[in-house]
Design a protein around this ligand. Structure first.
Ligand code: GN1
Ligand code: MG
Length: 363
């Protein structure tokens, strides 16, 4: 705690530090909400970056600054007719965008979007539309920033065949306990091995262009104005880097259309809600129609299915590897999370015709 206060004070520009609380449910970094006794902004976000995952955290900071500057310029030139905010990188007292503590940990601070909140599960279809709008606006605002301007901060991220390869390596040397749940997952993955290549093949064949993406636009990374209920920001910019917008569309839908939430213990009840998915896609297309191609539409269903499957695969592989990547609260936590994503994938697959025709009707 002493350490935490010392680190927070590095980033405190004015006023006295009043409070530091753990914040959100991140699976990788450690996040805190800092409250300051100030006449200006009263809160900021303090994060310890997991440098086992983000091996070059300085590139993450560089990307964030490039991104923020670009989007802020765009918004100055062409203001939106509604509230929209971009989290800012905060500097230390000596002008750095990060600092290291006595243990060598990497810390950074980001502005908090005042008067906003996030949700772990979708409340209604109106909110689904807002989540979709937020992702569309995010893609729109970076649409004219050339992908090569941002570094690849997490190599292999969302490259499903790479996760499959890692899974096979882990499987070959695992000593994880065999159970009916583990067997279900093993079978689930083995039945879907051919599916893993679909987006990467489309990318290689030039059907889907490399664009900038958010990388992690799950529902709780969208901030809502507490008064109006409108989406006002997309946060968690660590994985903003070159990729496919399909990874984002898939991730947004797999997290937004699972009313039970990705942390539910009741995995057998998990289903994909197509009304919510219609809401998200309507909101997304209200902005994104302008830049999507015919091929982009053709791969939306595949992306939804693939990213749910991929996250299940990542959780399951981490379970087999002994929980080395995602933070866990108990030994079988990643197995429970994998089961949720696999059930969700199954539900998506069972509604393929309805989902595809919904997308077709929205073009
Ligand atoms: C991780 O740490 P968090 O919650 O922001 C993960 C995402 C997953 C997500 C699942 C860098 O994000 O890819 O979709 O957990 N981030 C990374 O909740 O691997
Ligand atoms: Mg994240």
């Amino acid at each position: 705690m002493e350490n935490l206060v010392a680190v927070a004070n590095q980033f405190t520009q004015s006023g006295k530090l009043i409070d530091i609380q753990q914040f959100g449910n991140g699976n990788i970094n450690d996040t805190f909400l800092v409250t300051v006794d100030s006449t200006g902004e009263r809160h900021f976000i303090l994060q310890r970056i997991n440098t086992q995952v983000f091996r070059q955290p300085e590139l993450v900071m560089q990307n964030m600054r490039t991104f923020t500057e670009h989007v802020q310029n765009r918004l100055l030139k062409a203001p939106l007719d509604r509230r929209w905010e971009v989290p800012r990188v905060l500097l230390t007292k000596d002008g750095q965008d990060c600092c290291t503590d006595g243990d060598g940990c990497f810390w950074r601070a980001i502005s908090f979007i005042e008067g906003s909140q996030s949700f772990d599960t979708m409340q209604n279809t109106e909110q689904a539309r807002e989540v979709g709008y937020a992702l569309g606006m995010f893609h729109n605002l970076i649409g004219d920033l050339p992908p090569e301007k941002l570094a690849d901060t997490l190599e292999g991220f969302h490259i499903t065949p790479g996760y499959l390869q890692y899974y096979e390596e882990v499987l070959a040397k695992t000593s994880a306990r065999v159970s009916p749940e583990v067997n279900y997952c093993l079978q689930f993955v083995s039945d879907r091995t051919p599916l893993a290549h679909i987006l990467e093949n489309a990318k290689t064949q030039g059907k889907l262009p490399l664009r900038l993406m958010h990388g992690d636009p799950k529902i709780n990374n969208v901030m809502f104005d507490t008064a109006t209920g409108k989406a006002v920001s997309v946060v968690d910019l660590d994985t903003v880097k070159p990729g496919l917008v399909h990874y984002d569309i898939g991730d947004c839908l797999r997290s937004g259309c699972n009313p039970a939430g990705e942390e539910t213990a009741d995995w057998e009840s998990v289903r994909f809600d197509t009304d919510l998915s219609q809401g998200i896609l309507q909101g997304y297309l209200s902005v994104a129609k302008a830049f999507l191609t015919e091929n982009d539409y053709a791969y939306i269903y595949d992306a939804i299915r693939l990213i749910a499957f991929e996250l299940g695969l990542r959780f399951f592989a981490d379970h087999l590897a002994g929980n080395v990547y995602f933070k866990v609260k108990y030994a079988e936590h990643n197995l429970a999370r994998a089961l949720v994503q696999f059930k969700l994938t199954e539900s998506i697959e069972s509604q393929e015709i309805a989902i595809r025709s919904m997308i077709e009707d929205m073009k």
